[in-house]
Write a new protein. Structure first.
Length: 119
């Protein structure tokens, strides 16, 4: 019987069981595939409570995403506007406007909830 994960021992046991299930050739909608899915949800819930991951600073997120995409800072100017504005944004002297947040979200796929946080 599956139960909520409440401590590290149960967490480790769930991880071990997930690993064993993942080694099998499971059929969809089988008892074992359902068990794997439920255990995964329980582990995720436990990890979100015990090991929360903070959202990155909006400026760090922009820089990271540009690096991931192989884009230069000058290409950022084309997205948010003037070159001086880009420099002010990246240095923290100017805050992102709503229009900039929308463009960064749409064009760079940066989550809006990361971009709208205070920094």
């Amino acid at each position: 019987m599956l139960k909520p994960i409440k401590n590290k021992v149960q967490y480790q046991e769930a991880l071990e069981r997930i690993y064993k299930l993942m080694q099998l050739d499971l059929k969809s909608n089988s008892k074992q595939s359902d068990e794997l899915e439920i255990l995964s949800v329980l582990v995720k819930s436990y990890e979100e409570k015990k090991y929360p991951v903070e959202k990155p600073n909006p400026i760090d997120a922009i820089k990271f995403r540009l690096e991931q995409l192989g884009m230069s800072d000058s290409e950022l100017s084309k997205i948010i506007g003037y070159r001086s504005r880009k420099s002010e944004i990246l240095s923290g002297k100017r805050k992102l406007s709503l229009d900039m947040i929308r463009k960064l979200h749409d064009l760079l796929n940066i989550p809006a909830d990361v971009l709208i946080q205070a920094y």
